[in-house]
Each structure stands twice: as structure tokens, then as C-alpha cells.
Design a protein around this ligand. Sequence first.
Ligand code: TXA
Ligand code: MG
Length: 328
Amino acid sequence: MSVFSEKAVIGTDVTEAARRLNAGEVVAVPTETVYGLAGNALNREAVLQIFKIKRRPSFDPLIVHCADAEEAFRYAVRVPPAAFMLAEKFWPGPLTLVLPSRGVVPEVVNAGLPTVALRVPAHPLFIQLLQQVDFPLAAPSANPFGYVSPTQASHVFEQLGDKIGYILDGGPCQLGLESTIVGFEKNKPVLLRLGAIPTVQLQQLFPDIAFKIQASSNPSAPGQLTSHYAPRKKVLWCKDFNESSEADPSTAYLVFGSMKPTQAPSSNILNLSEGGNYHEAARNLYHLLRQFDTGPWRRLKVFPLPEDDEGLAHTINDRLRRATASFS
Ligand code: TXA
Ligand code: MG
């Protein structure tokens, strides 16, 4: 499938990444949320390569990344005032806006939808890259479709290293959860995907914001397929520690803070944040799910995080739920 007989180069050379993108190649890029698999959003062939490398179904549209808000809004029409307010507050950052498309971005990006998903990312290397090229970059998370998103260059290398030529290394992702996706109905914001923006911050701006988070198949935001973000091995959702009473050496436990099942050996404990910090937990989540998948255990038990004031537990629990969905 790949044109590359060698493994991807991992580096920090923005000019090299830009050169490859200009040549129509797909490269992995760091963002503040997760690593992306980027290609020229205006080049149909490059976009098709992204779908192919990811084995992503063609009905699942991509996010278009732009260097600034002014450029992003150029690809949309009939932008509601609420969208400008959201952009003002959260861009550059982990917010994706779904807006009516102007029709400049080719249909293959939007999977034929009349809308386009736009984001201005905050990672300094990615911004530099966007400034060096003359086009926006379509980029889904840089993982095989349905698998856990990558939050380090090495995660991308392990899974897609023989399918791409270059991975721009921006270090571990600061946030560790995908962007929050907001669409609009009758000009009012509608939350389509929980993400790195804590829900309380959105509700401060729009107290009555509607939630339309998809949990079934055939969704309007297909990244919401129930069994998304899932490791390959068995993940079990446990309401609390009582639900996981028997000791079992082949079970790992994904915990948060100082609480852990008393019977579990410490070598089987994967802790999202020893100090009970929700931002740290978000940053560690996908790395620990990968560590479980490549580790010696047969199954992982996960426990919902207690709700926090910011609403970040909301997103983390959503991802934990989806990681278990194909097994429960
Ligand atoms: O943080 C992120 O958003 C990362 C980084 C790389 O920017 N990207 C990411 O992309 O998570 P991806 O492709 O894994 O998820 C994008 C989601 C998909 O669920 C897709 O269905 C939704 O965005 N989406 C894209 N265009 C859409 C549209 N026109 N209407 C509704 N949903 C859309
Ligand atoms: Mg994804």
C-alpha cells in the first residue's frame, strides 16, 4: 500500500514537513490535542491518501486546520455570531467548528456533507507549518481507524511508521484529548463531540448549549461511533471497585488518584494521575491505554472518574466508555 520502503523519519524540521506537503505527501503533525495525519486539504489526491493510510471509511469527514481564524472562516458561509464568539474565546485551541461549507474545500474532505469542520490549532510547530504552506491542512488523528489516538511521535511511528515518510515531533501532546466539536442549529451552538475544552467553560459562554453527542452507529459526527478509541484487548467498565473484587494477575486496572482496588498488585495498576489531577489524567489517558495494549495483561478494568468542577471528567469518562463499548 505504501510508497515508502523505509520507516518514517521523526524530526523537528518544519521546512522539511512543508516541502513534503507541497509535494502532495501526507505527514504526521503534533497538535495540542493529539497527533494528526496531515495533507493539503485542497488537494483531493492528498486527502484520499489520508483515508487510505488510516483505513478510514469515506463517510467519516476530516477536520480542516488553518493558521488563523480569518483564514478558517474563508472556507465557511453564513457563519453565526455564536461561532465568532467561540472562535474568539478558544482559537487557537482545541475547538472545532462545523459550519456550512463555501464549497472551496473538496467534497472528499467533508464526506459529501454540506458542512466543513474547521480548527485553528495551538501547537507552535503546527502553527509554523500552517504558516509555511499556502493551503489548509486536513488532519484526522494519526491512528488506524477506531484505535486509540496518538499523543507522542513514537505512538504514530509504531502504527503508521511504514506508511508515511515524516513525523514532525512536537513532544507529548499537552492536552491529550481530541478537540471539542461544536455545530450549529438555527444559529445556536450544539455540542457534537466532548473534547479537551472542559464542558463548564462552554456552558459559561452558552448556558443552554444543547448536547448532541452520538453514541450509536450512523452518527452525524462519525468519530462518535461507540467503539471508537478502543485498545485491541478487552476493556471492562466497572462502576466502582466493588465490581472488581477477585484478584487476577492478568488484569490491569486503570485508576485515578489514591484510590485503588485493594487486592490488585501494584504492578497491575496504571494510574492516570497519582495526585488526582484531571488535566494530568487527560494527558496520560491514551498513553496508558496503549501501555495496557502492549503490556503483559489480558484485560483492563476501568472506573469512571468522579465529576470535577470543570467538567473534564465528562470527556475522560466518555472516552473510557467508548474504549469498552465493543465488549460490554
Ligand atoms: O483534536 C482533534 O480534533 C484532532 C487533531 C488532529 O486536530 N483531530 C481529530 O480528528 O480528532 P478525527 O478525524 O479523529 O475526528 C474528527 C471528527 C470526526 O468524528 C468527524 O466525524 C467530525 O470530526 N467531523 C468532521 N467534519 C464534520 C462535519 N462536517 N460534520 C460533523 N462532524 C464532522
Ligand atoms: Mg480520531
